[in-house]
Design a protein. Structure first.
Length: 199
């Protein structure tokens, strides 16, 4: 509801960051609380997730902002009965602005403990010959395509880009699940308490 202007002078105290409303209505739900160039937004909602589900809270995806970066957090919203804050940290002494309607926060449910179920391993590509051959085939195809672009070959230029991942070759279709952007996402209903039901 506000166009917010925040300025940080580069020092560590909470008073080093000033926040003002350029224009807008209602209360201003952001302030300098922690110091160290951290701008804090109050999120005026309570979130309730099913037992064992947390809420991942971070900045808007693919939305870089000059001079300030969003901080990530995981909230155990299956038992928490309080609100949380969304925090952004200045990367240098400067002034930034958040326009009315500009997203400040992205959140989604994540099952507690699911990341701990995975363990990364380094393996030689040659350990899986079938997988290696598919990669080599793709890599050679990409090299030929990029060379065609550099040489200005009309058929390659007309293609623009290969879209191998997005299009998925017919022989791969039976192995591929629907892409994430093909699945419908339920929009949360307006209200002061947002509740997700597990599926």
């Amino acid at each position: 509801t506000h166009h917010v202007r925040a300025s940080w002078d580069g020092t560590s105290g909470p008073e080093s960051l000033s926040v003002e409303s350029a224009y807008g209505n209602g209360g201003l739900h952001c302030q300098s609380h922690f110091g160290e160039g951290v701008l804090t937004f109050q999120i005026p909602f309570l979130f309730k997730t099913p037992r064992g589900w947390n809420l991942m809270v971070r900045g808007p995806t693919n939305s870089p902002k000059d001079g300030i970066v969003a901080l990530d957090g995981i909230i155990e919203t299956d038992w928490a009965h309080s609100t949380f804050t969304m925090n952004w940290r200045f990367t240098r002494a400067c002034t930034v602005e958040f326009a009315v309607g500009e997203p400040i926060c992205l959140f989604f449910p994540i099952r507690r403990g699911v990341l701990e179920m995975f363990r990364g391993e380094f393996r030689m590509l040659e350990a899986d010959r079938k997988f290696e051959n598919k990669f080599r085939e793709w890599s050679a195809s990409r090299d030929r395509f990029l060379s065609g672009l550099e040489e200005g070959k009309p058929e390659v230029v007309a293609q623009g880009w290969q879209r191998d991942y997005m299009q998925t070759a017919k022989e791969k279709k039976p192995l591929a699940h629907p892409f994430a952007n093909e699945n419908a996402v339920d929009r949360a209903r307006t209200g002061k308490c947002v509740r997700w039901s597990g599926r």
